[in-house]
Ligand binder design. Sequence first.
Ligand SMILES: Nc1nc2c(ncn2[C@@H]2O[C@H](COP(=O)(O)OP(=O)(O)OP(=O)(O)O)[C@@H](O)[C@H]2O)c(=O)[nH]1
Ligand SMILES: [Mg+2]
Length: 437
Amino acid sequence: MESFKEKLRLVVNKIRRAPLIDEKTLNEILRDIQRALLYADVSVDIVLKITENIKKRVREEKLPPGFSKRELLLKIVYEELINMLGGEAKYKPLIRKGRTHTILLMGIEGSGKTTTAAKLAYFYKKRGFKVGLVCADNYRPGAFSQLRQLGEQIGVEVYGEENGDSIDIAVNGINFFKKKKCDLIIIDTAGRHKDEKNLMDEMSKLISAIKPDETVLVLDATIGRQAEKQAEAFNEVAKVGSIIITKLDGAARGGGALAAVAKTGARISFIGVGEKVDELEIFDPPSFVNRLLGFGDVKAIVDRFRAYEELDKKRLYAISRGDFTLLDLLDQLMALRKMGPLRKLVELLPGGYNLPADFEKMGEENIKKWIAIMQSMTKRELLNPEIINRERMLRIARGSGTTVRDVKALLKSYKMAKSYMKKLSKQRFKKIPYYGR
Ligand SMILES: Nc1nc2c(ncn2[C@@H]2O[C@H](COP(=O)(O)OP(=O)(O)OP(=O)(O)O)[C@@H](O)[C@H]2O)c(=O)[nH]1
Ligand SMILES: [Mg+2]
């Protein structure tokens, strides 16, 4: 994954440094993205689709006031990468206390099933669940002792039998742990290949015999885009509930495996990121993409876009016409604080106003104070500031840790801004009918 990450970060830097995002620069950037994705073994059709989407969205999406085209492009790249990995939603573990949940692990040889069984057991044990491990692999000598060793390491009991039929062992193991009132039973199976008909038949028999709550396919990230074929083949014999991708640490083709799996619509629940028992993570596409692109600034840009999308445009319009109460002001200030610099308030108003100097000068400190003051007002006061007499001012000042002077100053600024905007919008609307004639 390291080089994939490096290549994507170079793209992010290029976007950030480009003097202008014009057609030529955009095409160059899209080519770099294609190269990075192809390098990670993402299939050509996915690569073309993602870059087409980016191009189309950059052309079509409106640039909100106060944002640059560069920021819009970064946000789109971020969102398209998340879509490629299956969307925003994070996997939610289905296990509940007081009911035995069974998970069956399957996959080809060496994909990491046994290690993952132990990792999962450890994951749930740490969260307070009682877990049991069953070794239903009677093909590979040493499979039982491998799991037993892992079980000892994490303090989880392991059920297995030296000889016998894998289906019988699985059934016995489940009964064994059900008696012990385990919340979760994890069944490790023998590795099998999609072309080994006997083993695949056995898998479907095993599934009918034990009817697991969840059938998990374990895939090794190093197979890249071939993950799609494997996921489909396993899905034919056993309905795959979710997929765990292992060995993402160090797998250059990991991006390809993740994209290929997401394309099948299957759910990626966890990812394995190392050999140790605690190196398992819930798969969360947004945080995964954040890490790929470099934490911090792309995420911060996207958060600002989201905050803008949350703003109430109708109310902003009303505010721009001087039609607002203190409650509007409070709500909008709170929403805007998420967006960064506060002069953005002005930039966001439809029409792009220039506010009086002292209104513009209000710094972060003042805004914090204002919010505190308004939060100490009752709803009635926020809606009818004229009722705020000296007695009320005293109460508000005390409640917000400010002074009566601060409260007065806020009320004065509010009145000034309101009448100023009313005046301005009247002038503007007088002029507007002449435009376009
Ligand atoms: N780096 C890394 N290695 C892993 C990860 N998961 C498993 N491995 C290693 O992959 C190898 C195979 O793991 P196993 O868990 O034995 O695989 P398996 O699917 O049970 O293998 P069979 O039972 O033989 O089919 C071991 O050396 C593990 O340490 C991972 O997330 N990262
Ligand atoms: Mg194994």
